[in-house]
Design a protein around this ligand. Structure first.
Ligand code: ATR
Length: 275
């Protein structure tokens, strides 16, 4: 038996981590982290914790009091409510107002959001250089906020946000300017004509367009330059129609799964899973 297939058993010394959600059956974190614990020989387990929305406050404080419970991964519908309950928040969580990992420290809740840093780590890991690049983001929702905040902390040249409801794009740009005063930012309305993307080094779709096969395209690719990387954060389907078109057009593409895949190690370190 190789060490990666060896199975660690749960004993009295095993540290516990959780993933909290409601509903719970779709969560992926147990399948992501438990094999990693096995592979690394770490005496820990990550279990699904079904916490109803109305019970979050009392449940999370009780869990955090347990000395052998290290923390939780957080998903829908708890990301925003739990950010409000945290004693300490990282920069990404403060900007997005949402957490997707919370560490327990003697009853204290320390939260942060790794969606954006996962996206940036994914670009690096897949060989996409964002330093000095002009980036257009389509969408201004929760995921867009997280990614925009992470990109803004990198040395990019310019970040433009285009959204159907233009006031949300403007609000996000205002927020970014508060935290990153030297970053060059702009916003625009995302409409049927679509933006001219010829000068962009990367276009990221964070809208929900592409989840369904009959969705409109997030934007036209006609004006794309040969340097334009087309990135999507939609995970299902693994390759959207928009990305498929980009690929056929000879453009470099970056799939949605990378954002999640590359968060694994960031959350592993943040939750101090190896301790
Ligand atoms: P998430 O947390 O996944 O980012 P969200 O916060 O609901 O989800 O954001 C969804 C994004 O997709 C928004 O930018 C939304 O645009 P609006 O702010 O104008 O609603 C965008 N979106 C959803 N449906 C769209 C559509 N049919 N055309 C263009 N943009 C769309």
């Amino acid at each position: 038996m190789t060490s990666s297939s060896a199975h660690l058993s749960i004993t009295g010394t095993t540290r516990i981590f959780g993933v909290i959600a409601d509903p719970i059956s779709h969560v992926r974190a147990p399948m992501v982290f438990n094999p990693l614990f096995n592979e690394k020989g770490i005496d820990a387990v990550l279990i699904p914790l079904h916490i109803p929305e109305a019970k979050l406050e009392e449940t999370i404080h009780a869990l955090a009091m347990m000395p052998n419970m290290g923390g939780v991964c957080v998903t829908i519908p708890h990301k925003i409510a739990l950010a409000d309950l945290c004693d300490e928040l990282g920069m990404a969580a403060r900007i997005t107002g949402a957490v997707n990992a919370v560490r327990f420290d003697e009853g204290r809740l320390i939260g942060d959001n790794f969606d954006g840093s996962g996206f940036v780590a994914g670009c690096r890991g897949e060989g996409i250089d964002i330093t000095g690049k002009k980036i257009l983001m389509l969408g201004a929702g929760g995921a867009a906020r997280a990614i925009a905040a992470a990109l803004a902390g990198e040395n990019i040249a310019e970040l433009t946000i285009a959204n159907r409801s233009v006031e949300k794009a403007e609000a996000l740009v205002r927020l970014l300017r508060e935290h990153f005063d030297t970053l060059s930012t702009d916003f625009m309305k995302l409409d049927v004509d679509g933006p001219d993307i010829s000068g962009m080094d990367m276009v990221i779709n964070t809208t929900s367009l592409g989840l369904h096969s009959d969705d409109a395209l997030p934007c036209s690719l006609i004006s794309a330059g040969p340097q334009t990387v087309i990135a999507d954060i939609i995970m299902i389907p693994p390759q959207t129609r928009w990305m498929d078109m980009a690929h056929k057009q000879g453009l470099k593409t970056h799939a949605g799964r990378h954002m999640l895949d590359y968060q694994r190690d960031l959350i592993f370190d943040f939750l101090k899973m190896a301790d």
